[in-house]
Design a protein around this ligand. Structure first.
Ligand SMILES: Nc1ncnc2c1ncn2[C@@H]1O[C@H](COP(=O)(O)OP(=O)(O)OP(=O)(O)O)[C@@H](O)[C@H]1O
Length: 234
C-alpha cells in the first residue's frame, strides 16, 4: 500500500506564561492509504495534538508532516485552508451540528464547498438515516447526530477522515454501532480513517495502532487480521 501520511520528528510546544508545555516530542510514524488507524493514550498524552496537526488545525513547532503529495509544514495559510476544507473530514466527540439546519442541510452545507463532494442524501442513506433527512439535530438521538456528523465528513469525499473520541458522548451500544459504521465505511470506501481514543479495547479493530505516552510514540503495531467491532467487548 502507498504511504499517505508521514510525521517526521514532529514536536509541538505550547508556551503558557513562563512554562513551555511539550505536547509532542519527536514523533515519527507513517500511515498508508486505506488504513484504519487507532491512536491510543492516556489523557494529556498528545493524541488530539497529533490529530489537530494532521487536520491542519494546529501547526507543528518543528519537524515535517506530509499528507499525500503535500508537505503540510510548508503550506501557505491559503493552501492550508483549502487542505482543511477539501482534504479532511472531521468527526468530534460532540457532533457540532448546526442546530437550525436539518440533517440533510447540515451535510449539504459542509459538502458543497468541496469540488468532488458526494450526494448528501445518498451519504445519509449509507449511515442509516434515509428516513430522518428533514429532522433537526434536537429531534435526533446522540447516536443519530453522530451519524449525521459522520455523513457530513464523508460527503466531502475527503482524502482522510479524522475522528477525535467519536464515541465519547455515547452509551456502549450506540458507541459500538458508530465504530461499526466507521469500520464499514473504511472497508467499503477504502478511505483512510484515524480514530483517537483512550479506549484500548478497540485496538484489534484497527490495521495499525499508534500508542502515545507523554508526547512520544510508545509503540506502533499492526494487526494482520482485524477484528470486527461486533466481536470486541469492553
Ligand atoms: N492549546 C493548548 N495550549 C496549551 N497546552 C495545550 C494545548 N493543547 C494541548 N495542550 C497540552 O498538551 C498536552 C497534550 O494534549 P492533548 O490534548 O493532545 O492530549 P490528549 O492525549 O488528546 O488528551 P485527552 O485524551 O485528555 O483529550 C497536554 O498537556 C495539554 O494540556
Amino acid at each position: 500500500m502507498r504511504k499517505l501520511i508521514e510525521f517526521k520528528n514532529v514536536s509541538k510546544e505550547y508556551q503558557i506564561g513562563e512554562v513551555p508545555i511539550k505536547a509532542l516530542d519527536g514523533v515519527d510514524f507513517t500511515i498508508s492509504e486505506g488504513e484504519f488507524v487507532v491512536i491510543l493514550g492516556a489523557s494529556g498524552a498528545g493524541k488530539s495534538t497529533i490529530l489537530n496537526i494532521l487536520g491542519g488545525m494546529d501547526a507543528a513547532s518543528s519537524g515535517q508532516v506530509f499528507v499525500g503529495n503535500q508537505e503540510l509544514t510548508k503550506l501557505s495559510d491559503k493552501k492550508m485552508t483549502q487542505y482543511r476544507a477539501e482534504k479532511v473530514g472531521f468527526v468530534f466527540q460532540f457532533y457540532n451540528l448546526i442546530p437550525n439546519l436539518n440533517a440533510l442541510e447540515n451535510v449539504e452545507f459542509a459538502a458543497e464547498v468541496c469540488k468532488n463532494h458526494l450526494d448528501a442524501k445518498d451519504t445519509l442513506s449509507k449511515v442509516g438515516l434515509k428516513d430522518r433527512l428533514r429532522n433537526f439535530p434536537s429531534q435526533l438521538s446522540g447516536g443519530e447526530q453522530q451519524r449525521v456528523a459522520i455523513a457530513r465528513a464523508v460527503a466531502k469525499n475527503p482524502l482522510l477522515l479524522l475522528c477525535d473520541e467519536p464515541t465519547g458522548a455515547l452509551d456502549y451500544v450506540t458507541g459500538k454501532a458508530v465504530l461499526k459504521l466507521l469500520q464499514d465505511l473504511n472497508k467499503d470506501t477504502r478511505k483512510c480513517i484515524v480514530v483517537v481514543t483512550h479506549n484500548s479495547a478497540i485496538a484489534p479493530m484497527a490495521d495499525k495502532v499508534i500508542k502515545v505516552k507523554s508526547g512520544k510514540i510508545e509503540s506502533i503495531t499492526t494487526n494482520d487480521v482485524k477484528r470486527s467491532v461486533e466481536g470486541i467487548e469492553w
